[in-house]
Design a protein around this ligand. Structure first.
Ligand SMILES: Cc1ncc(COP(=O)(O)O)c(C=O)c1O
Length: 409
């Protein structure tokens, strides 16, 4: 059968599981909030969500907020990041991880990743520590927890704050302990594509009462628990979550364990089927990861196994066969114009120890060239969905020679 690019029929004619999923629970929650007339202001629904979220992660405090970006800003503010403080971050993540550092007038210092997990490499982090380093933000990329043992150890050894950006990692666990327990604070996003969502939303977890109070004040215009509505003690802003969002997120979180189970089984089946396949590799998970929510499945593409067809043409062929695979980020974060036109610091008082213009972190660069993402909702269906993905890979590989001609014509 010809490739669709040559006028053939697609391998897959129907869509994968749509995202987000919802049902009666979300509808009931929304109506409850509507009818309660208590729609905002850290109301009962928000408190219910915070209690459930903290409980699910076995953490003492959860503070709801507007999104995952301000969650990071709140966490950085609470741990005391000030103008010119260096914060080590990965370059393979969404911009918020580094932008939040800039928003707090800190200096993002990029350290390279471990190619098998796409998480910060402990060796690279160790090398990036300087006398001005104050914090490390680890991202549990794609839902795979970062190497907590090594990275937390480095933070402790150098007296650095440790923040987990868990925007991809709802329900992930390391050695049996949910993520969110290991740092001074952990941040989550409930943006439209996340594993639990209300379209937008965020939360911060911490086991420290003092940090929890600071974070709550930061997101709530400098108020204090027990203080009056018109009493403001510290600098903050309004980053509160609404009751509608909290109700929907709570309902979504109830779906999460079953979705993690289904995705986990399908991802394992996919891994099995892919083992026999040349040219697309899927790294094994670290044995210390005891729960992986599979937010993103990252494959590495080898053009040599596809007659030299470059990744983006392979992806075009794959998409036309009905498989909505995506390229990884177009470049590491430091290649964004934001970093290329320094100084990005609002107060202009610091300079970066890294020349972002000439920075080249090889593993981060490589995955932007050869990485392919399959999104989490593709693994929420049946084994037939996985068989279709593999069948499309096989079809393209068999006809890769003709794709080369297409490129050359
Ligand atoms: C790793 C990571 N951190 C932070 C964020 C920011 O979250 P939000 O979009 O809710 O602001 C995202 C969002 O995509 C993310 O992927």
């Amino acid at each position: 059968m010809d490739l669709v690019l040559f006028g053939g029929q697609p391998i897959r004619q129907k869509p994968f599981t749509p995202w987000p999923t919802y049902g009666a629970e979300e509808e009931t929650a929304l109506l409850e909030v509507l009818r309660s007339r208590s729609w905002g202001g850290y109301n009962e629904k928000v408190k219910e969500f915070e209690t459930a979220f903290a409980g699910m992660h076995k953490v003492q405090h959860a503070i709801a907020c507007a999104n995952g970006t301000v969650a990071l800003e709140a966490a950085l503010s609470a741990v005391g990041i000030q103008c010119g403080d260096e914060v080590i971050v990965p370059p393979i993540t969404f911009i918020s991880t580094a932008m939040a550092v800039l928003s707090r007038h800190g200096v993002p210092v990029f350290a390279d990743i471990d190619p098998s997990t796409l998480n910060l490499s402990p060796q690279a982090v160790e090398q990036a520590v300087s006398p001005r380093t104050r914090a490390i933000i680890v991202v549990h990329f794609g839902g795979h927890p970062a190497d907590i043992d090594a990275l937390c150890g480095i933070a402790r050894q150098h007296g650095l704050a440790f923040i987990e950006d868990a925007a991809h990692a709802h329900g992930a666990a390391w050695r049996g302990t949910p993520v969110g327990n290991f740092g001074d604070a952990a941040t989550f996003s409930f943006q439209a594509f996340k594993l639990a969502t209300a379209g937008e939303g965020g939360a911060i977890l911490t086991n420290s009462q003092a940090l929890a109070e600071k974070i709550w004040g930061y997101c709530n215009l400098g108020r204090r628990h027990g203080g009056g509505w018109f009493e403001h003690f510290t600098l903050g802003t309004n980053h509160r979550l609404t009751g509608f969002q909290a109700g929907v997120i709570s309902a979504q979180l109830k779906r999460l364990p079953e979705q993690i189970r289904v995705r986990g089984e399908n991802v394992e089946y996919f891994r099995e089927r892919l083992r026999a396949f040349r040219g697309l590799t899927f790294a094994e998970y670290d044995q210390r990861v005891t729960s992986h929510p599979n937010y993103l499945v990252t494959l590495r593409y080898d053009p040599a196994a596809f007659a030299g067809v470059e990744r983006d043409l392979f992806l075009r062929a794959l998409q036309s066969e009905g498989i909505p695979a995506q390229p990884t980020y177009p470049h590491p974060l430091y290649r964004n114009p934001l970093f290329q036109s320094l100084p990005p610091c609002g107060c202009g008082k610091w300079s970066t120890p890294q020349d972002y213009k000439s920075l080249f972190l090889p593993e981060s660069e490589r995955v932007c060239k050869d990485g392919i993402w399959l999104e989490h909702s593709m693994f929420l269906g049946t084994r037939q969905d996985i068989d279709d993905i593999i069948a499309a890979f096989e079809k393209i590989q068999q006809q890769a020679g003709s794709l080369v001609q297409l490129r050359e014509s």
